[in-house]
Write a protein that binds this ligand. Structure first.
Ligand SMILES: Nc1ncnc2c1ncn2[C@@H]1O[C@H](COP(=O)(O)OP(=O)(O)OP(=O)(O)O)[C@@H](O)[C@H]1O
Length: 355
């Protein structure tokens, strides 16, 4: 059931349409991530939900409650929305102790002293900060400071947690750890999360659903698995995970890799509906390509132009006509050597109109 609801939300800054007629429904207790290239409108969307930014058009609801509507000239102020917020910069107050950093917003809300004490202790316990409650956050590591920001957001018992790149200033190991901590806290407290990130693996690991956005327009809203396995369009395919695209051209009713003399093998024919296009794009994931031997069925033929050992996997680059394809196999798989001819089988080819 939807809890946070955005109806036809548009935001314009002068001539720039940062968010264009966005419709979204986020469930109670759901973790929902927004992904997209820089400038696609993620932060603007989050700021509109938080109440820091007016809408140009549309409405936002939480449960049955309207919180933003330019048409009705109604904006519930951010402090009345009961949202927790954690942003990229460590927004902690260095002159207050860790305890006071968490308790202060509760005092501002004029909660009774006993309630302030209880909620602060709970939030500090949940974020493993009890031991450093009397320290200054300035003495904590980046991860510690970000925990203080999380504890402060938790203490208000938020209905929704708004997280904008909350882990991006942490080192990779800590990021991974904190990602699971956030998920555990969500299970314990039951709030919804709206998460803005550049980091696909973070979005994949945390989210129930992901929104992929481009220039203020929704490209796909789906589970992480479906966004990866069934991308709605070429942009989503290229944005999520590693991708290969080969230009395919038509000549005399046959399909060729651009710059290649041999026609595509029968196993790789584009769908009937796309055969009228002049140029097509054949997409594949580097992990979904096999090297097959020359004697096997006819695959895509090329020459190995680069081979890089990346630890668990080996990354190959194969030149096909005047184009390149990347293939990734486990380090134990026998693969071709530099300069060798190879024959490729695409396990899950996707076809898109060319550009
Ligand atoms: N206050 C503002 N005034 C004018 N233009 C703005 C303002 N805030 C955002 N924009 C523009 O709106 C568009 C969307 O910006 P937004 O910050 O929402 O993107 P984003 O996807 O969050 O990007 P990033 O990942 O870099 O933070 C951009 O073109 C940006 O330049």
């Amino acid at each position: 059931m939807s809890y946070v609801r955005l109806v036809n939300v548009t935001k314009k800054f002068g001539d720039v349409t940062a968010v264009n007629s966005l419709n979204l429904e986020i469930g109670k207790g759901e973790c929902f991530s927004m992904l997209g290239p820089s400038g696609c409108g993620k932060t603007t969307t989050l700021r509109m939900v938080a109440g820091f930014e007016d809408l140009s058009e549309g409405e936002i609801y939480v449960g049955d409650r309207l919180i933003s509507s330019p048409k009705r000239n109604f904006y519930l102020p951010p402090e009345k929305r009961n949202f927790g917020m954690v942003f990229q910069a460590f927004a902690v107050w260095p002159h207050l102790s860790v305890y006071e950093n968490v308790a202060f917003p509760l005092r501002i809300r004029k909660l009774p002293a006993a309630e302030v004490e209880k909620r602060t202790q709970d939030a500090l316990r949940s974020t493993n900060l009890l031991k450093v409650a009397e320290d200054s956050p300035a003495d904590l590591s980046g991860g510690g400071k970000q925990r203080v920001a999380l504890a402060r957001a938790l203490a208000i018992n938020p209905d929704v947690m708004l997280l904008d790149e909350p882990l991006s200033s942490l080192d990779p190991h800590l990021r991974e750890e904190m990602r699971f901590e956030i998920k555990d806290l969500q299970r314990k407290y039951g709030f919804s999360i709206i998460y803005v990130t550049h980091d696909q693996s973070e979005a994949m690991a945390l989210s129930d659903r992901i929104l992929v956005m481009r220039s203020g327009v929704v490209q796909q809203i789906d589970t992480p698995l479906n966004v990866y396995n069934q991308p709605a369009n070429k942009f989503v395919f290229s944005f999520i995970g590693l991708s290969n695209f080969l230009d395919i051209v038509w000549e005399d009713g046959r399909a060729f890799v651009r710059g290649e003399h041999a026609a595509l093998p029968a196993s790789l024919m584009p769908p009937e509906s796309m055969r009228g296009e002049d140029v097509l794009s054949l997409a594949s994931r580097p992990s979904e390509i096999d090297f097959i031997t020359e004697g096997d069925e006819q695959g895509l033929r090329g020459i190995l132009s680069r081979k890089a050992f990346l630890g668990e996997i080996i990354d190959y680059q194969v030149k096909i006509g005047d184009q390149e394809m990347r293939v990734q196999k486990g380090r134990r798989d026998p693969g071709p050597e530099l300069g060798e001819a190879c024959n490729l089988r695409l396990l899950r080819p996707f076809w898109y109109a060319g550009e």
